[in-house]
Write a protein that binds this ligand. Sequence first.
Ligand SMILES: Nc1ncnc2c1ncn2[C@@H]1O[C@H](COP(=O)(O)OP(=O)(O)OP(=O)(O)O)[C@@H](O)[C@H]1O
Length: 287
Amino acid sequence: MASNDTELTTRPSVAVQAAGSTASGSVPSTAPVMQLNDVSVFYGSYEAVRGTSMPIQQNQVTAMIGPSGCGKSTVLRALNRMNDPIPGARVGGEVLFHGQNLYAKEVDPIQVRRRIGMVFQKPNPFPKSIFDNVAYGLRINDIKGRLDDHVEEALTRAALWDEVKDKLRKSALALSGGQQQRLCIARTIAVKPEVILMDEPCSALDPIATAKIEDLMFELASDYTIVIVTHNMQQAARVSHYTAFFTAEVDDKQVRHGRLVEFSQTGKLFTNPADKRTEDYITGRFG
Ligand SMILES: Nc1ncnc2c1ncn2[C@@H]1O[C@H](COP(=O)(O)OP(=O)(O)OP(=O)(O)O)[C@@H](O)[C@H]1O
């Protein structure tokens, strides 16, 4: 199990039990590691995503799917305060992590991003050696223990060790796209987050590299909680335990807002969706 010993704040956190309400009304029985309660995200005066409530279950893969522009990445970034640096971006409602609101004023966003890591669409290794890419977060977080051991452990966990163990001092930029993405996953897991957010992690990869990342996601879920945004419904069906389907609704002023339509166990959402809009989307009738 990933480490759970770093406080997000300088003050003790308040233990509030997360609720488990969902758009579809299905409520998983175990307490979620994260809970979104009526989350809205604004860019300036534009409300990009409206009133989203859903749980993120521990050691499970949760997929977010939906047509382009429905706010999947916006919601994903709200889960570890990655929208904070965007001028005018604001999050309403609550994003609870172990019952603590990540947007409470005493919460340190740096600690949030250490506990809730992120892997991006395009592999983005630093222009440094393979070793230094993985060691980077360990060094800046002053993680104790032998650096070599931590780096090997992270690369092994990311299913990359065997391919790179003889060239650790070579540039990360010389790796293939799929290897670079696994290196980015190793860099993320090296600092032992609890949750890993993945924003279309395979969209820049070929089918073989994609299959490796999908296998890896499934394996990593035994130790980490994973949330993935994907355009690929088959991928969501293959890798996730829970799926959230979003769409964009147009209001009476003709403004589009992202909405969560349905959250459910993946098997159910794809075989027996509760909402007609989900059914239309998964059967290719829109989007
Ligand atoms: N930095 C930003 N500033 C202003 N508006 C933004 C910003 N990022 C996203 N948006 C808007 O918010 C809405 C949701 O965008 P978002 O990228 O979250 O959707 P998405 O579902 O992830 O889309 P896609 O599948 O195409 O990546 C869109 O209308 C988009 O234009």
